[in-house]
Design a protein around this ligand. Structure first.
Ligand SMILES: Cc1ncc(C[n+]2csc(CCOP(=O)(O)OP(=O)(O)O)c2C)c(N)n1
Length: 274
């Protein structure tokens, strides 16, 4: 896909605005991580992934596995922007009968959604299984799995990482939202993760790091990741929780909070002004 950085920036901006709008309509949800991930998801869905919103079950599609189900609002907003369903549906977030539940559920039939999520520590195992299956069938589909840094404290993540290294799952890409915070504080206080690069390397992964809120850096990082090598790849994307809204940036109290009516207007105006 030939999309300029400027176009991607506009898309990310609109994705953020609809995240805020949908959370405001729901009156609850996870704003911080959703805003922080807007640039990564924009890059994936508008430049990196092989997919077709008109044919969500296309067998040749790459898979995007959202392991941190709580940032569903940014996935929903991205899928809607990509054309999987109308933008207006975003305003049904968390409502009874909606296809857009607080944590994504396959049973609601949302086009583009690959996996139910919410219980942390599951997505990388699923991604390893998918990737191993593609490899055994000699297919070139890639699998991208988005993990939270707090989520890395789940032991199952490291079992999956070990298996990916063992089976040389070269078409598997894990992305870690390295925002340094989790639901109840800084990750390094709750359960130290550093040295994170060396941990992944020890499990047989090729590690790339970048500013996950910088589209130029993300573009270069995914180009590097796209180059052939026999290892699974991990992108440690350094991001800021709440990116785009200065009043909440970096504040873990916004992990799972929705804006009030007054804040909604203020937040949208700030995102629009940048
Ligand atoms: C197995 C499991 N344990 C606990 C939770 C509750 N929980 C939801 S999000 C979260 C914090 C995750 O931190 P991180 O992955 O860093 O996400 P961020 O706060 O950056 O959005 C926790 C503990 C959960 N969803 N699943």
């Amino acid at each position: 896909m030939n999309t300029s950085i400027e176009q991607l920036r506009l898309t990310a901006k609109s994705i953020r605005i609809w995240v805020v709008k949908s959370l405001a309509a729901a009156g609850s949800g996870h704003l911080g991580g959703s805003l922080g991930m807007a640039d990564v998801l924009t890059m994936l869905y508008f430049k990196v992934l092989r997919h077709d919103p008109k044919n969500p079950f296309w067998s040749c599609r790459d898979r995007f596995i959202l392991s941190i189900g709580h940032v569903a609002p940014v996935l929903y907003s991205t899928l809607a922007h990509a054309g999987y369903f109308p933008l207006e549906e975003l305003l049904t977030l968390r409502k009874l009968g909606s296809r857009l539940q607080g944590h994504p559920g396959k049973e609601y039939g949302l086009p583009g959604l690959e996996l139910s999520a919410g219980s942390l520590g599951q997505g990388l195992s699923v991604s390893v299984g998918l990737s191993l299956g593609f490899k055994l069938d000699k297919l070139d589909n890639k699998v991208y799995c988005l993990l939270g840094d707090g989520e890395l404290q789940e032991g199952s993540v490291w079992e999956a990482a070990m298996a990916a290294g063992h089976y040389h799952l070269d078409h598997l890409v894990a992305i870690v939202d390295r925002n340094g915070v989790q639901i109840d504080g800084p990750t390094e206080k709750v359960m130290r993760l550093e040295p994170l690069r060396q941990k992944w390397e020890a499990f047989g992964w090729e590690v790339t790091e970048c500013d996950g809120n910088n589209l130029e850096e993300l573009s270069l990082a995914f180009e590097k990741i796209g180059q052939e090598s026999s290892k699974p790849k991990v992108l440690i994307a350094r991001t800021i929780m709440g990116k785009g809204v200065s009043a909440i940036e970096g504040d873990y109290h916004w992990h799972g909070k929705a804006p009030s009516q007054a804040q909604t207007e203020e937040f949208i105006n700030e995102i629009l002004s940048k």
